[in-house]
Write a protein that binds this ligand. Structure first.
Ligand code: PHE
Ligand code: ZN
Length: 882
């Protein structure tokens, strides 16, 4: 690096701002380039010393003029540098007017004001506003916003910003509109959109009888594809009223679908911006999973209106305050919409697949980070998903009613303020009377705690005993951690599989949840639980409902696990017992392969899983689909100290092949029986049936590829919905042959105009297991719909390859790593947020066998030496090589 290395910011260095901005009156004049005039009402913070310089943030802009209280400043009065503008001293109250020029058409980073297709739009979280105008770009500076947008009438007929439109006019081929947002907000919640968009409108009547206009803005032609998003929005509004007593607080709620967007969506006050993949859907083009994601993301952004917007963040280290609570609310909403326990299983699968690895990586950080170089790198599974589990644990500890009540108190107490995670936890504590002192470690200690459980049954004394040890691993910058407060929900089953009424002798605090289920508060390094009066050895069901985000070494032998798969009453633990069985089998196979032996599997394993398949006609098909799905390759690899990708992939395949063989012809009967009876519907039951059918097809691909090809052909041909269509393609994806080629070619012909649908086509091909995968990826990137400037396309080809193509990425000649590094560097010139995410597949190089380790590291070093990296990429690469 030639330029000075970017420096970290630390949480401990927080100081309140020297100045506040109370109001901003902005005019954005859109033309060839864009001129932004901002009039700031500035007030000195009385709690800070007077005479401090004003240091405004501002990047990538050209300053035209600056006036203080109506007088133009000259160059001697201020100093402009690459990151902002300083004025040495300022009166206690003043008005500052700046005029700058920005260039949204050449903004490929997609933060600040940028072009997406033919529209202009903004993304300001976390620190994008400083690319629009000079400002105090920090969330504890809150202002009311008035925004005037001026633009060409035919190119930009729709002009939107936060709040309500209060004036508009037109002259010749130009027009302007003024928006007023009375709620003081941090600038990261500012939004502006200009373009030629269609509007779909509906109304929601709040519990107190106010009408709210709901408006979706989408590209012309997509009007009919907003129905599901609109319904989801109404459902979310009703849910927040019913569960938290929260009503929407403005007269208009707007959602704009944008095709070039770095993230999922953004909760700007009254004007959400969405990645279009989380808005647009209809039966022929959207899968079940798309429908579910749309509902989740619409809910998520809506719930931010209180948790994030009305009560916002003091500083970016508090990010999880808004995100984890909002994810938790989204997950509760989503579970209430129908899939219940299965939804929870999906969340846990995702946490294990993505967050556990992060927590064991060079990027491991606490839910509330202590430092960052580039804030955009901290929108992580740890801050979001682990954070949501932390909220979930407090929900478990407080109980539902007390938790909801405490959140309501928090929202009332801090309404309109910028606060901290500590403010939240303290409110929960005061409101509920629970002691959360030790619990706070979840916010400060990184790493996934590990519970190791041993059991002992004393037949003479008729006592069953469990000893539970906890250990939190070292992570970068953190060693020798303290024991955490871990809520562990458990139950016992007797030898007939019946739940046992619980009587526990222990020094730990125990909260009964029912006669047969208890919450044990683990607080020590070691906890002993004694269960007296047990005439026979019971089987314990631990971590019910995934009561804490921990790794758990179960005391069970295989027969206990088979027993739990058959009898456990808690769906999560039943599923997890099955996963543990499968995982152990996969790990044994992995070991065998590394020793040069053929993997072998117990007959009992085949019996248990074939028996599950026999229940395919039952009511909970969605749960059954989860039970039958193997732990993924990434999760298998996660268990190993040294990862040999060939052995992991081989073990996974061998296990799948073995189970498929055990299920045999039953797979065909099950497939036939699961055929749709009528037209496409997206209720929970139908979704469950389709998921199960897809799982059956996955085994069929291993058991009888020819039969499967026939099914795929028919299914594709008859499908009246995208779930069945894509299901056919996915099932045949790794089976080379004519059927595969023809289906993929036909699909392309049918859908080439629809980029969101084509993303599915790209994604499947990037994850296909084939020897020429890298050539194929290059070809895909030549496709007319592909562009390195569109994050959805890049994620569909390169992103999917890095996370879901273990054999391709880890090719022993290093070509997969080279491919990733080449494109990371290319994309970094355009979009640092995107490149930083792509490279994360290389960051855990230390965990791989020596040859891969060398190859991965060499690519990271090559990136580092390329120089001129974005701060995003610089942070990830330097931390992983450190
Ligand atoms: N705050 C957004 C969300 O969760 C995510 C986001 C972050 C979007 C940064 C854009 C940029 O809901
Ligand atoms: Zn969010």
């Amino acid at each position: 690096m030639t330029a000075a290395a970017p420096q970290p910011k630390y949480r401990k260095d927080y100081t309140a701002p020297d100045y506040f901005i109370r109001h901003i009156d902005m005019t954005v004049d859109i033309g060839e380039t864009t001129e932004v005039e901002a009039l700031l009402d500035i007030e000195r913070n009385p709690d800070r010393p007077s005479g401090q310089p004003l240091q405004l943030d501002g990047e990538n802009m050209k300053l035209l003029s600056i006036e203080l209280d109506g007088k133009f400043l000259t160059e001697a009065d201020f100093e402009v540098h690459a990151k902002g503008l300083n004025i040495p001293s300022l009166p206690d109250r003043c008005q500052l007017r700046t005029r700058v020029v920005i260039d949204p058409h050449n903004n490929t980073a997609l933060e600040g004001l940028y072009r997406s297709g033919d529209i202009l739009c903004t993304q300001c979280e976390a620190e994008g506003f400083r690319h629009i105008t000079y400002y105090l770009d920090r969330p504890d500076v809150m202002a009311s916003f008035r925004t005037t947008i001026k633009a060409d009438r035919s190119t930009y007929p729709v002009l939107l910003s936060n709040g309500n439109p209060i004036a508009e006019d037109a002259e010749g081929d130009r027009h302007w509109i003024t928006w007023d947002d009375p709620h003081p907000k941090p600038c990261y919640l500012f939004a502006l959109v200009a373009g030629d968009l269609a509007r779909v409108e509906d109304t929601y009547t709040t519990a107190s009888g106010r009408d709210v206009a709901l408006r979706f803005y989408v590209d012309h032609g997509n009007e009919s594809r907003c129905t599901h998003a609109m319904q989801s929005l109404k459902a979310a509004m009703a849910w927040d009223e019913r569960v938290y007593g929260l009503e929407y607080d403005l007269d208009v709620y707007m959602v704009v679908a944008v095709s070039a967007f770095n993230m999922g969506a953004m909760e700007n006050k009254g004007l959400n911006l969405f990645n279009d993949r989380f808005v647009l859907a209809d039966d022929t083009s959207a899968t079940d999973e798309d429908y579910i994601h749309i509902e989740d993301v619409i809910g998520h952004e809506y719930f931010h209106n209180y948790t994030g917007n009305r009560v916002t963040l003091r500083d970016w280290f508090q990010l999880s305050l808004k995100e984890s609570l909002t994810v938790f609310r989204e997950q509760s909403f989503s579970a209430d919409q129908g899939l219940g326990a299965v939804k929870r299983i999906g969340e846990v699968r995702q946490l294990r697949r993505v967050q556990f690895p992060e927590d064991a990586s060079p990027m491991a950080h606490p839910v509330r980070p202590e430092s960052y170089i580039e804030m955009n790198n901290f929108y992580t599974p740890t801050v979001y998903e682990k954070g949501a589990q932390v909220i979930g644990m407090m929900h478990t500890i407080l109980g539902d009613a007390a938790f909801v009540h405490a959140v309501q108190e928090y929202l009332e107490k801090f309404d309109g303020q910028a606060v901290t995670i500590e403010d939240f936890v303290a409110t929960l504590e005061q409101s509920s009377g629970q002691d959360l002192q030790q619990f706070r470690l979840w916010y400060s200690q990184a790493g996934t705690p590990r519970l190791t459980v041993t059991e002992h049954y004393d037949a003479d004394a008729q006592v069953y005993e469990l000893v539970i040890k906890q250990h939190v691993p070292d992570t970068p910058g953190q060693k020798n951690k303290q024991p955490m407060h871990i809520p562990l929900v458990l139950g016992l089953l007797d030898d007939s599989g019946q739940p046992v009424s619980l009587d526990i002798e222990t020094a730990a605090e125990v909260t009964p949840q029912s006669p047969t289920q208890a919450l044990v508060h683990l607080r020590e390094t070691e906890t002993t639980l004694r269960f007296p009066n047990r005439p026979s050895r019971p089987v314990v069901s631990l971590l019910r409902g995934f009561s804490a985000p921990v790794k758990l070494d179960l005391p069970h032998d295989k027969s206990d696990l088979h027993f739990l798969v058959r009898h456990d009453v808690d769906p999560f633990s039943r599923w997890d017992a099955g996963q543990t069985l499968l995982l152990r089998a996969a790990l044994e196979a992995e070991q065998a392969l590394r020793a040069g032996n053929a993997p072998a599997f117990d007959e009992a394993l085949g019996e248990t899983f074939s028996a599950l398949l026999e229940t395919a006609g039952s009511d909970d098909q969605a749960l059954l689909a989860e039970m039958l799905a193997l732990p993924g390759e990434t999760y298998i690899a996660e268990q190993l100290d040294v990862v040999d990708p060939d052995a992991v992939v081989g073990a996974y395949q061998a296990l799948r092949q073995y189970l498929a063989g055990a299920m045999g012809e039953h797979l065909k009967a099950a497939y036939e029986a699961l055929r749709p009876g009528g037209a496409y519907r997206i209720d929970a039951g139908s979704i469950g049936r389709r998921r199960l059918q897809r799982q059956v097809m996955d085994y069929l691909a291993a058991y009888d590829p020819d039969a499967l090809a026939g099914y795929c052909w028919q299914q594709y041909d008859k499908a009246d919905n995208m779930t069945d269509t894509i299901g056919a393609l996915a099932a045949i994806n790794d089976l080379p042959g004519d059927t595969r080629e023809q289906l993929f070619a036909d699909f392309e012909q049918r859908w080439r105009e629809n980029h969101l649908v084509m993303d599915k086509w790209l994604r499947l091909q990037s994850t296909a297991r084939r020897d020429d995968i890298l050539e194929r990826l290059e070809q895909l990137m030549q496709h007319p719909i592909f562009s390195l400037r569109n994050p959805n396309r890049v994620r569909a080809v390169i992103g999917a390859f890095t996370v879901d193509n273990m054999p391709g990425l880890h090719r022993i000649d290093g070509s997969g790593y080279r491919f990733v590094a080449d494109y990371t560097l290319k994309i970094d010139q355009l979009n640092g947020q995107l490149s930083a995410r792509l490279v994360s597949c290389l960051t855990r190089w230390r965990r791989y066998e020596p040859q891969r380790r060398q190859l991965m590291r060499a690519e990271l070093e090559r990136i580092q030496q390329a120089g001129n990296l974005s701060s995003n990429l610089y942070e990830i690469v330097s931390k992983s090589l450190a």
